[in-house]
Ligand binder design. Sequence first.
Ligand SMILES: C[S@@+](CC[C@H](N)C(=O)[O-])C[C@H]1O[C@@H](n2cnc3c(N)ncnc32)[C@H](O)[C@@H]1O
Length: 291
Amino acid sequence: MPQPSTAPCPPLPRATWTTALATALATALALTPLLSVVCGCASTPPAPTTPGSTAPASTTDPSAPPASPQAHGTPAPAAHTPPSPRGHAHGHHGPEGGPLVHRFEKAADWVPMFDAPDRNAWQKPADVIAAMTLAPGMTVVDLGAGTGYFLPHLSRAVGPSGVVLALDVEADMVRHLDERARREQLSNVKPRLVPFDDPQLDAASVDRILIVDTWHHIPDRPRYATHLRKALRPGGAVVVVDFTQEARQGPPRHHRITPDQVVAELKAAGLAPTIATEDLPEQYVVIGKLP
Ligand SMILES: C[S@@+](CC[C@H](N)C(=O)[O-])C[C@H]1O[C@@H](n2cnc3c(N)ncnc32)[C@H](O)[C@@H]1O
């Protein structure tokens, strides 16, 4: 089973260096609002509009992190407030190259970031939906659904005869997803609270599993990918969308996962992954089909 790398960060390639310089210039020109941070974990994210809750999750709450980090071989995510200008200095992250353990406890704190009006321009949701080759009547999972940015798109694509399972580990996110689905009359959307280490999907029950900006937060990804593979119906696929090394936003670079690493993790779980040709400016798309 591949282990997270503990290798030190390599020097930034020229493209990254120039991007960093451009970012610094943009910051100096007060253009930081353009560099919105959808992951919620970049080193210089915008300040949230409201302060967050720091209450730890209940141990009986299925969203709670594993009680014994040793038993699971992964560190327990720390309770976390939304990003501040020093959002990455809180000591809540895993080891370098390991999963970015991070909490998103209060949905309202993340709405301005995850549902920012400028997100469509770089997220290109129509392109992501096209890459998923969805059809009416399908059952699709949005794993780590967050505030539900992708739900209207997924709901429309599978239609009234389809189902969208919106999974998240945060109870307040699930409450928010439920409220959003009602408000936007997305009657085929079913939000569900799941534990960190298991999507709790029935065997051979879903056609697509979308994972946007969330794969790098998952502990023991090869094992988790096995849960996902078992949940797929024949013809099913997992679709991972995450930030490139060069992206101007996203997690710290040493926590980013390369598309090749995602391919290796999905392959180890028995899927047949390929890097899609979708041209997203900040992210790559890996599609792992059930062979
Ligand atoms: C950066 S947000 C992305 C939200 C959404 N996919 C989007 O693109 O707007 C990551 C979300 O994944 C959730 N999450 C983190 N680890 C998870 C896990 N192991 N299983 C399910 N959800 C998880 C977090 O609570 C958070 O809502």
